[in-house]
Each structure stands twice: as C-alpha cells, then as structure tokens.
Design a protein around this ligand. Structure first.
Ligand SMILES: Nc1ncnc2c1ncn2[C@@H]1O[C@H](COP(=O)(O)OP(=O)(O)OP(=O)(O)O)[C@@H](O)[C@H]1O
Ligand SMILES: O=P(O)(O)OC[C@H]1O[C@H](OP(=O)(O)OP(=O)(O)O)[C@H](O)[C@@H]1O
Ligand SMILES: O=C(O)c1cccnc1
Ligand SMILES: [Mg+2]
Length: 551
C-alpha cells in the first residue's frame, strides 16, 4: 500500500494540516482515459523522448467580465510532486485498457514521475487574461500529455471560483463582510471544499464549512437555522432559564429579564407583544444561554422584538449580543428597519453598542442582488452567500484548455475556422507592461528567444490576428509574468500561504483600471504579441493552411 492509499484509508481525504493541502482524490488516474491510450500510442511509436511544450490558457473571461483570477497553482505543484502510478493503479489499467497492450508499457508507467517536467506559471492570485498562458509546461511528451486533464480540473474551477468571489467582493465593497454558506448546494463534497477555499482566496472573509476551516485555516463562521427557532413552541419548554452574570457570577433568570424588556420594547418599537411568537422567544433565550457572548439570532419579520428583548436581558447580565440574520423578505427594507430599531433601543435604553449590532443577510443572494441592494440603500454588514457563489450561477465553467505549442523545438499551431481558437505557436514568454501611474496597460507575448521589453523603450504591440490593430507602448514598469515553479523534481519557489494569495488577489486587482473591472460592459484589457511573434504565427499559419481548389 503506498502513501496515498494509506492516507485515504486512514479516513482523511486530505493530507497535512494548515497550508493549502493536496486533495487525496487528486492522483494520476483522475484523468480522461484518452490521455492514457494516447500515452501508449506515443510510447509504441517511439515518441517517449520527444520534448513538448504545452500552454494552459483560457479564451474568454467568465461572468461577462474582463479579468480572471488565476488560482489552483499550489494544488498543481503538489500533484506533480506526488505524480506516481501505484501498483493498484497499474493493475486497474491492465484490466481496463484494451487487450494487447505490451507489458513493458505498464512497467514504463510504473516508473513514471514528473521529474523531467518544468512548469512555469504566473503567480497564484494574479489577474490573468485570455490567451496568455497561465501555466506553461516543458518536458517529455508522454508525461506532459498525461498531466492535461488533472491540471485543467485543478485550475478551472479554482480560478472560476476565485474570480466569482472577487467579483462579489468588488460589488459588496471592502467594508462589508462576506461569508460563504454554499456547502449544501455545491457540486458535491469536493466542489464544496474547493468553493470554500477559493472563495476565501477571492476575498470572502470566512466560510460555514467546518472541514474547510480545519484543512485550510479559513475562519469558520455561522448563525443558526430556522429549525432552531421552530423546535420551540413555548417558554414552558425551556429546561433552564438561568445564566451566570458575567461579572458577579450570580445565576439570574434570563427569561424574566427578557419578558420585562419585551413589555417596554413593544412601545419603543411599536410592535405588540401579541405579534411576536413565544416559541421564538424561548428559542432565543435558550440560544443566548448557550452562547451569551456570541448571540446572533435568525429573525423573521416579527423577530426584532424578541431579539432586542433577549439582547437587553443579556446586557443586564453583562453580555453584548452580536446581531441578527435576516433570511427572507425585502432585505434592503428589513435591514433598514432593523438598524432603525437598534438605534431607537440604543438611545432609549442607553446601550450605545446596540447601534453597532451586526446585520447579516442571506437568501439566494447574487452579484445583481448586491448591486440592487446598494442602489436601494441598505444597512447590511455581512452577506451569507451560498448557491449562486459556489455553483457560479452566471457561468458554471471556465474554459481553460491545454494545447501543444512546440515539439522537439518545432512550433505547432492548431488551426480552426474560428480565429479565436487558433493557438499561439511556439515557446513563448509573457510580460505585463505598466503605465507610469501603476496601471497594467497590456500583456505582451513574445517568442522565448526575444529580448524582454525594457522600461522606457518603445515596443510595438500587435493584435495577434488583426493586422491593422497595433500600438506602441513605452512601459514604465515591465513584469515578467512567468516563474519556474517546478523543475528537476522540485518545487522551486517559496509558496505563499492561502492568506498571502488572498492578499495578492486584491493587490493584483488594484493594478487594473476601473473600466476593466466594472460590471456592465467593461473595457477589454489588451493582450498583444510582439512583431516577431506576429510574423511567426502568420507564416506558420500560411504554411499549415491547406490551399483550397475551386472547380
Ligand atoms: N431589496 C431587495 N432587492 C432585490 N432583491 C432582493 C431584495 N430583498 C430580497 N431580495 C432577493 O429576492 C429574492 C426573494 O426570494 P423569495 O421571494 O423566494 O424569498 P422570500 O419569500 O422572501 O423568503 P423565503 O426564502 O422565506 O421564501 C431573494 O433572491 C433575495 O435575495
Ligand atoms: O440562499 P443561499 O445563497 O444558498 O445561502 C444559504 C442558504 O442556506 C440556508 O437555508 P436553506 O436555503 O437551506 O433553506 P431556506 O432558505 O429555505 O430557509 C440559509 O438560510 C440560506 O438561505
Ligand atoms: O450559519 C449560517 O447562518 C448558515 C450556514 C449555512 C447555510 N446557511 C446559513
Ligand atoms: Mg434558501
């Protein structure tokens, strides 16, 4: 039994604690069958030592936006590090692949590692743009081909999720807290964990997903569900009403305090005590007894009276409630109503901290809901967002692809009727050119043999396919986008923590002009090729495009 099997059998799907962890389900067989059948055919045709270059890139930004956040790199590196077919993998392949596969091939697979591969990538957490490879791999054709599907599955959802989260963060503004509540609606358990991890990367503040909290060191947060309220129908059901005073240590009847305050509050808030449910009061009292320092209650329209009564009762015993969650109705209106009520109570009962009670809102929230709530004016401090965040409702997949661009030093181009799908051939480098005010101006792809662009020097940037579209750029700063992350069997960069990647996202987004980031009709960010690469692509295109015949 190898390490991987042991770690799965010992109950943990994920290994290690703390940093970004390798998911146990990520292993060489987590791929499409055709990668392995191609590997055999490559092997049979003597291509074992062919040297290939593959680009991993996407063609369109998601969510009708003009940027994408690159995420998933660390998982890719961990995958390369552990890449190895176990005995049982080989056994399974023997039984599964078509008959007649030579035994030596299985021996070859059994000894295969990613040690001869070199991986270049842009930093995880940076903004990325269509056609600029976010990862570039060099190495023996068979192994680099075998990595395709797994790398794509590690990057596509991670980047989509991080981008989605970053967009929610942009519309919510930096002062509102964002919590990910999506596990129950996510695409399965692994989708749920990835959603929690990468929504944190993209700018969320925490998750309700406890396992994600443990594995990735993400803050875990939560309130309570409707079930807790509806599980009580009267105060008679309370097994205890007693709570120790925080300072004196004397046990007091919390319910009694709450009922007394409820009478007075009903005048202040202009709500009759008849309108508020006794079961709800019982539920809130019992929850407050369980969490006197962390009392956060789910309120329906009528719940403000009971909440305020219990919060004032807690105050009598030396505790400060945290706030409420609203999960139905008009969230803008109800949040304003709640804030107004809290302000009244703060003044009338001389409890200034009541002004600062947190108002959490949830219920099918998406980017548009937040934009609309912003327009209407609201008093929400925190959004709990599930379904639309984790399922990426507006666009459920990012279309990263993995294309062969060079083999044995020869550039390869994939032609298509659709110009969008023509690949950028050859081994390339990528640079981001910045203006004097620190904004990213353009991403420039060059042949790897070219000199990098230099600060203060005019560089011709050409649209890859439209001859007349070109511009001179004099960069104030040039960023070489690729770093070697994996070489000779080793991760060769210091890997940032999840927290650092999260910070990187915000830093990187700041370099983008606002018109690239706005939600409605954002301006496309320019991606260009050097004059040299332009001519190279078009010569190769002509060489490879068959000449038609008219008859
Ligand atoms: N002020 C508002 N502006 C725009 N959208 C809102 C506003 N308030 C709530 N919403 C959204 O409107 C939708 C209301 O959904 P729905 O009518 O199903 O909920 P509800 O009936 O209020 O609550 P429940 O979940 O209890 O059925 C939700 O997607 C919510 O996020
Ligand atoms: O709405 P989301 O963005 O997915 O956020 C998570 C939701 O999950 C919970 O209730 P659930 O949806 O399970 O039940 P309910 O809304 O019908 O009460 C919670 O009350 C939120 O409404
Ligand atoms: O803690 C919460 O309020 C929560 C958690 C998951 C889903 N909905 C709400
Ligand atoms: Mg719901």
């Amino acid at each position: 039994m190898n390490d991987r099997e042991m770690s799965c059998n010992s109950g943990g799907q994920f290994m290690d604690r703390g940093r970004m962890n390798q998911n146990g389900v990520v292993q060489p067989l987590l791929t499409d069958l055709y990668q392995i059948t191609m590997a055999y055919a490559y092997w049979k045709s003597g291509k074992t030592d062919d040297q290939a270059v593959f680009d991993l890139f996407f063609r369109n930004n998601p969510f009708h936006g003009e940027f994408t956040i690159f995420a998933g790199l660390e998982e890719c590196l961990k995958f390369l590090d552990s890449f190895h077919y176990s005995q049982s993998d080989i056994e399974y392949l023997r039984q599964t692949l078509p008959e007649g596969i030579e035994n030596e091939f299985f021996e070859y697979l059994g000894n295969l590692t990613a040690h001869d591969v070199t991986l270049y990538a842009i930093d995880e957490g940076t903004v990325a743009f269509p056609r600029v490879p976010i990862i570039k791999l060099e190495g023996p054709l068979i192994i680099v081909q075998l990595l395709e599907t797994t790398l794509l599955t590690l990057v596509n959802y991670a980047s989509l999720m991080a981008t989605n989260a970053a967009r929610y963060r942009m519309v919510a503004g930096k002062h509102v807290k964002l919590l990910e509540f999506g596990l129950r609606r996510a695409q399965g358990p692994d989708g749920g964990l990835s959603a929690s991890k990468y929504s944190y990367t993209g700018g969320f503040d925490g998750t309700s997903n406890v396992l994600a909290g443990k594995l990735f060191n993400i803050p875990v947060k939560g309130t309570h569900a409707h079930a807790y309220i509806t599980s009580f129908s009267s105060v008679g059901e309370l097994k205890t009403r007693l709570l120790k005073h925080k300072q004196t240590g004397i046990m007091e009847d919390l319910l009694e305090h709450a009922i007394r305050h409820r009478q007075m509050l009903s005048h202040v808030l202009d709500v009759s005590t008849e309108e508020s449910s006794e079961g709800e009061l019982a539920a809130m009292v019992s929850y407050a007894i369980a969490f006197p320092d962390g009392f956060m209650a789910l309120v329906d329209t009528s719940g403000l009276l009971n909440f305020s009564a219990v919060a004032l009762a807690l105050n009598d015993l030396g505790y400060h409630a945290l706030g409420i969650r609203i999960d139905s109705g008009d969230l803008a209106y109800l949040s304003c109503l709640a804030r107004e009520a809290f302000e009244k109570v703060a003044e009338r009962f001389k409890v200034p901290w009541f002004n600062k009670l947190t108002i959490v809102a949830s219920n099918d929230i998406n980017e548009d809901t937040i934009l609309s709530l912003n327009e209407q004016g609201h008093k929400i401090d925190c959004f709990g967002i599930g379904t639309h965040l984790v399922t990426c409702q507006r666009q459920p997949a990012l279309g990263c692809v993995y294309k062969l661009v060079e083999i044995n030093g020869q550039a390869r181009i994939k032609l298509s009727q659709d110009v969008e799908k023509v690949t950028m051939p050859g081994n390339k480098n990528a640079y981001r050119l910045y203006s004097a005010d620190g904004h990213a101006l353009i991403d420039l792809l060059q042949k790897d043999s070219e000199h990098p662009p230099a600060v203060g020097q005019k560089v011709l940037c050409r649209h890859p396919f439209q001859e007349s579209k070109r511009a001179y750029v004099i960069p104030s700063h040039v960023e070489s986008l690729y770093k070697v992350y994996w070489k000779a069997g080793k991760i060769c960069q210091h890997l940032p923590t999840l927290e650092q990647v999260r910070e990187k996202v915000q830093i990187s987004l700041k370099t983008l002009r606002n018109d690239h980031k706005r939600t409605l009709n954002p301006t496309p960010y320019k991606v260009a090729v050097s004059d040299n690469l332009y001519n190279f692509i078009h010569d190769l295109w002509l060489q490879n495009a068959p000449i038609g015949e008219l008859s």
